[in-house]
Design a binder for this molecule. Structure first.
Ligand code: AMP
Length: 310
């Protein structure tokens, strides 16, 4: 795919170890983290992905080299000597659409100060992956130019322990992506339509509600767009699907430079296509090398899935 060369994309979020349990198997510590999935997914669309994050000295240098080979700039990835990387462990239930967090060890993340290298300071697009909301807002405030678009992802963990910070950060972003349960928790409304209204009043003009195997909804003013998820025969591990979706979404917007509602619909389809690859294997394995033809084919399948003539 012809990659964007002009628009720069800044990505932050966790770079982590995960231990995952699904009905199909279990992993030891494997590489994960929101920013890992986001950067990998976005790298298929845009040449300049600048990453800001933090890991401990337990994080494999080989993997950082691999990210660099994918065109991901890791100058902003701090490596803390003598400290441990963020660790998350989760278990999926039989339906694979819901999960429980077993362990969250913040480790290096507890004192993360997001330092912005000079060459990163004027991004066209900013993707705030899952992180402490105070770190996300600190990063916004450290940029020397306001990005064309700021997209933020978060999760229930931060709603439980840092709700006020989260509400302050949400005010600063253009697009918020969360899952359906989180939208209900944040808004206090069960109906997703009502929840979307409440959340849009908190600041973001665009809201994406992810519904796992049931696809994703995009809300903007009174408009709603719904994209199904790919109907796959086998789903092995949904971890990172939301982040991979976000990476594909912002990657497409950065590639095209177009932030209209119409183009966001396309971005949602590219995000959904990327996420569909992610869930077919454990961790990041299936998004390390996606052939261009496979991506094009999957986007075509999405088009067919819900296209009809009136
Ligand atoms: P997703 O399945 O898209 O929600 O993202 C899963 C990824 O998020 C995993 O790779 C975890 O390392 C990371 N993660 C889990 N909990 C947190 C948290 N509280 N803050 C930031 N990242 C997290």
């Amino acid at each position: 795919m012809q990659k964007n060369l002009k628009m720069s994309l800044l990505v932050t979020g966790t770079v982590a170890f995960d231990a995952i349990e699904t009905p199909f198997g279990k992993t030891d510590k494997i590489i994960g983290g929101a920013a890992t999935y986001i950067s990998l997914a976005a790298s298929y669309f845009t040449q300049s992905v600048n990453l800001i994050g933090v890991v401990g000295d337990d994080f494999p240098a080989d993997y950082i080299d691999f990210l660099n080979k994918k065109g991901i700039n890791t100058k902003g990835l701090q490596v803390k000597e003598g400290e441990k990387s963020f660790f998350w462990s989760g278990r999926y239930f039989n339906d694979m659409n819901s999960r429980e967090t077993l362990i969250t060890e913040l480790n290096v993340l507890a004192n993360f100060d997001p330092i912005v290298p000079e060459e990163y300071a004027e991004p066209d697009f900013l993707m705030l992956g899952n992180l402490a909301p105070i770190v996300q807002s600190t990063l916004i405030n450290r940029l020397s130019k306001k990005p064309k678009l700021i997209v933020m992802d978060t999760m229930n963990f931060w709603m439980d322990i840092a709700l006020e910070d989260l509400k302050e950060t949400i005010k600063l972003v253009n697009v918020l992506t969360i899952n359906d349960e989180e939208a209900r928790q944040l808004s206090g409304e069960y109906s997703l339509r009502k929840a979307a209204k409440v959340i849009q009043l908190m600041g973001p003009k665009y809201l994406i509600i992810k519904k796992g195997e049931h696809g994703a909804l995009l809300f903007h003013e009174n408009e709603i767009f719904y994209a199904p998820a790919m109907l796959l025969e086998d789903v092995f591990d949904p971890t990172g699907a939301g982040d991979t979706f976000a990476g594909g979404f912002i990657g497409w917007l950065a590639k095209t430079g177009d932030i209209s509602f119409e183009n966001m619909k396309r971005a949602i389809i590219y995000g959904s296509a990327m996420a569909s690859f992610c869930v077919e294997k454990f961790g990041t394995e299936n998004i390390l090398e996606i052939p261009e033809s496979a991506l094009i084919e999957r986007v075509a399948q999405f088009k067919k899935l819900s296209h009809f003539e009136m």
